[in-house]
Design a binder for this molecule. Structure first.
Ligand code: F6R
Length: 241
């Protein structure tokens, strides 16, 4: 793992955006794995600026998001599809037909997961996977478990994740209890993984990911086995390393 330590969230966001921009400059048809959550928002804003200044071109880029709440329509303003449209896709010259998010509106979990796995397999998996990290070490919605996940799966969100995500909903009761998430295998197939973290509340998870045992109890720890993982984190998030 390569670790890039930044002074603060803004610097972390610039580094992450630059790594993604470099990927697109080197490969205009880049396949990007993308994440939602608070952490990547600054990087997405920087990518929008670069695109508007014509420094990078998304016209041939395709994207594959990590996860989606089960039971939310893409038009629901709490869905991850809605988040991605608003935080990034609506502001760049990407062809929306080339942007993919698991289909949370499909109640048939098996079919929704199979369809996403087939899509990823047909694409040959992603060139660069952007990840955030949960306070419990989750990546995507791969929560601490007894074994690492493989393909796309439907997960029950843990109480701590529901609690963390409730800040974005009117109340905790409104947070969906299940989600479809890309499995660990597809994440590990990415040629490059960029995982970003900011703030003291991520310090324990980041330390376990970088230097703890490789265990499904900290799903991000599997990235120690990935040949090209770059951790971009601010000094608060790296405080325990
Ligand atoms: C989001 C995702 C999650 C988040 C993680 C951190 O698509 O897959 O794993 O990356 O929960 O979320 P934030 O950035 O909000 O702290």
């Amino acid at each position: 793992m390569r670790v890039i330590k930044t002074a603060n969230y803004e610097e972390m966001s610039t580094h992450v955006a630059n790594l993604i921009a470099a990927e697109i400059l080197l490969n205009p048809r880049a396949k990007l794995g993308l994440a939602t959550g608070s952490t990547p928002i600054g990087a997405y804003q920087t990518l929008i600026e670069y695109n508007q200044k014509h420094l990078i071109n998304f016209s041939q880029v395709s994207t594959y998001n990590l996860d989606e709440y089960r039971g939310l329509e893409p038009t629901n303003d709490q869905s991850y599809r809605y988040f991605m449209n608003h935080q990034l896709f609506d502001h760049i010259n990407i062809d929306k037909a080339n942007t993919h998010v698991p289909d949370g509106s499909n109640p048939d979990a098996q079919a929704a997961c199979k369809a996403y796995d087939e899509l990823l397999e047909q694409a040959g998996y992603v060139d660069l996977q952007l990840l955030g990290i949960g306070r419990n070490g989750h990546i995507g919605f791969n929560e601490p478990a007894e074994s690492f996940s493989k393909g796309t799966l439907c997960v029950d969100l843990t109480p701590s994740t529901i609690e963390a995500n409730s800040r974005l909903f009117a109340s905790k009761d409104e947070v969906p209890k299940q989600a479809y998430t890309m499995g660990t295998q597809a994440i590990m197939y990415a040629k490059t993984v960029v995982i970003c973290a900011s703030g003291a509340d991520k310090a324990d998870a980041v330390a376990s990911m970088i230097a703890g045992p490789i265990t499904p109890e900290c799903p991000a720890s599997i990235l120690q086995l990935h040949p090209n993982t770059i951790v971009v984190a601010d000094k608060e998030a790296l405080a325990n390393c």
